[in-house]
Write a protein that binds this ligand. Structure first.
Ligand code: DI6
Ligand code: FE
Length: 390
């Protein structure tokens, strides 16, 4: 006897749930077992719960003033060089208490969940010292106490060089590799390690040893690669067997081939390109031709992507990057789960996977992606329980 049977799904399917897991899926006309509760989707579309596989949603302060400066013509890298940008968020995050960081992160995570997200990745990287990096990751791990999402955490200690180490990136990476990352690993606070491979942050040669240290500790590897310039980030990620290489606006054909050979997921972040006004588009045709799985995420962060709607990120991935609707939806489900090492566990409707589902006010999948700002969520099932119902 199953706990729940969802019937009358668009297309004629049904899904059975036992405990926190999907037990069966097939045609509604041939259900092999009974369930305690039967719930009709009323002919609407049901997808896996969405997976946002790249966010920076824990941070202190606000950068709307910088955004206004950019509207008036200031450049993103120029603001950073003058002490703003990521460094401004680092100051605000260091000054924030754990409770304040949790409250603001919970507000953003709740907005994401209301728009269909049931699994979210959260990065550190606005602490850049031992205490604040650990605090950010602890806050991230506490989000599920207040929002119905699973959280995957990523240590982004190598985001930029902090002010105490100005002009000494190697000295800072000594601290990250020798002290901060081992402490993060010892407390079990991170599932993966990420870094910002960029001319304003760290070059590929320097990040080699960080990524090797991460894999040596048994952690997955991800990389902010080739976002503002081609820094050989995709090839670096591939060399370390990365779960994902993210951004990729400036990735070369050689970088695409390396990702394909390594089985690394390409994570596309159209919100950042949109907010920065960057017309450069990632090499989507080449990624598709090479068979690189493409995920799509919000990159929610206070500097380049103040975006909490994953459906809107999917819309932008279609209109600006040229994905099809089917590619966009796979990019926020199956491929996003793979980018987090959760293939088969999340982002899929199949026996054994977490029973994370979204019922949409839609009778065709395109309606999920087509609207700008509607995010037509009708109901969400998280680990077998309804959490939102319209
Ligand atoms: N992700 C990042 O980590 C950087 N850009 C991006 O898309 C910087 C984020 C920030 O400015 O705070
Ligand atoms: Fe990012």
């Amino acid at each position: 006897m199953w706990d729940l049977l969802i019937t009358d799904i668009a297309g004629g399917g049904a899904i059975a749930v036992a405990g926190e897991r999907i037990a069966w899926t097939g045609p509604a006309a041939s259900v092999p077992e009974r369930a305690t509760e039967v719930w009709s989707a009323g002919g609407r579309v049901v997808t896996p719960g969405l997976v946002d596989c790249h966010t920076h949603l824990v941070f202190g302060g606000d950068r709307s003033g910088e955004w206004e400066q950019r509207l008036a013509g200031a450049g993103y890298e120029a603001i950073a060089a003058a002490g703003g940008g990521i460094a401004a968020t680092v100051r605000a995050t260091r000054a924030a208490s754990e409770d304040d960081l949790l409250d603001s992160a919970v507000a953003r995570a709740a907005a994401m969940a209301a728009r269909g997200v049931t699994t979210v990745e959260v990065k550190s990287g606005y602490g850049l010292d031992l205490d604040t990096e650990l605090r950010m990751l602890r806050v991230a791990r506490r989000i599920p106490e207040r929002v119905p999402v699973d959280v995957v955490t990523t240590f982004l200690g190598a985001h930029v060089v902090p002010p105490e180490f100005e002009g000494d990136p190697d000295g800072y990476l000594d601290l990250v590799c020798g002290e901060v990352l081992p402490a993060v690993a010892a407390e079990g606070l991170a599932d993966a390690v990420d870094a910002f491979c960029e001319r304003m942050a760290f070059d590929a040669a320097r990040l080699d040893r960080l990524l090797a240290t991460a894999t040596g500790l048994g952690l997955g590897v991800k990389l902010h690669a080739d976002q503002l310039s081609d820094g050989d980030g995709a090839a670096l990620a591939a060399r370390h067997g990365a779960l994902s290489a993210d951004h990729l606006e400036h990735t070369s054909p050689g970088g695409v081939a390396a990702l394909a050979a390594a089985g690394t997921v390409a994570v596309l972040l159209p919100g950042a390109a949109y907010v920065l006004g960057d017309e450069t588009v990632p090499p989507v045709d080449a990624l598709r031709a090479a068979g690189v799985p493409m995920a799509v995420a919000t990159d929610c962060n206070p500097g380049t992507s103040p975006l909490v709607s994953l459906p809107l990120a999917l819309h932008l991935a279609c209109t600006r990057f040229g994905l099809t609707v089917a590619e966009a939806l796979a990019g926020a489900t199956t491929h996003a789960a793979r980018a987090l090492g959760l293939a088969g566990e999340a982002g899929v409707i199949a026996p054994g996977a977490r029973a994370d589902l979204v019922v949409w006010d839609a009778d065709h999948p395109a309606q999920i992606v087509y609207w700008v700002g509607l995010d037509p969520v009708a109901a969400v099932l998280k680990r077998g329980h309804f959490v939102e119902e319209a």
